[in-house]
Design a protein around this ligand. Sequence first.
Ligand code: PMV
Length: 327
Amino acid sequence: MVTSSAPGKVYLFGEHAVVYGEPAVPCAIERRARVTATEREDGLRVHADDLKLDGFTVEYDGDGDTRPDVEAERPLVEAAMGYVNEAVSQVREATGTPEAGFEIQIESDIPLGAGLGSSAAVVVAAIDAATRELGVELTPREIADRAYRVESAVQDGQASRADTFCSAVGGAVRVEGDDCRTLDGIGNLPFVIGFDGGAGDTGALVAGVRRLREEHDFAADTVRAIGDVVREGENVLGTDDYESLGELMNFNHGLLSALGVSSRSLDTMVWAARDAGAVGAKLTGAGGGGCIVALDEGDDALTALKYTPGCEDAFRAELDTEGVRRE
Ligand code: PMV
């Protein structure tokens, strides 16, 4: 039995545009998914006690049979199971054991589908735990690569390497196409997260941006402008010029909004954080619902978010410099 964990992340800059080859800067945060893998004779059995969906328990035997009491959460549960299925395929390939069977237990502090990289963290931790269980140790980069293939398979080829690379190696990273690197000397960034309790449909949101980009030059220009924001942001990162960083985050949020991926609750939380003195605030991840990330050295944005209607949870998130690890 091996347990591994991997961190979630926020996008400081660049989600959506990264799908089209623009750079992005995701940052790992100290909220983790933990996956325990135990070898079994054959097949796959998944237990997900708590994916922050009101503590349901689901057992899944690999053939689409989920317990009836999770009917309401089914789409999200099935999405999570789809990722685990693909992760196990990668493990079988990496270890040269096509018949290997596993019992997989998932626990996560990262809300599902809310822009904090929950699926990437589960996939990265699952690949690490299950390969180690078979006596094979992959490097974080190899895990990132295999986890990317999982996300691509589940999301119909619409995935960037950003989430999976960030979760595997930790810290602040820069991803541009296949070029993934760690950004050193960033220091801690005063992230505050607001969560509306909901989730966005990443596939549908990515497809929406793709359609806009194909139909309108101004939408394609908007995607390129996000790339420009990221390039400017990189020059500021690592300095303590939070004001400029925040201004660029605000700009990034406006461009994402123009591409139709924000929502009323995300905008409300973004404005609540800014009004309370955050130097910048933007949605993080695919959008449509889920989380925002704000930059605030004091406690005002955090307090304001806690009292903002529609914000279900607000918390500080430290940059996690460690990626996937054995527990
Ligand atoms: O919502 P998340 O955490 O799955 O992030 C999605 C980020 C996108 O750029 C929209 C898609 C991707 O694969 O990069």
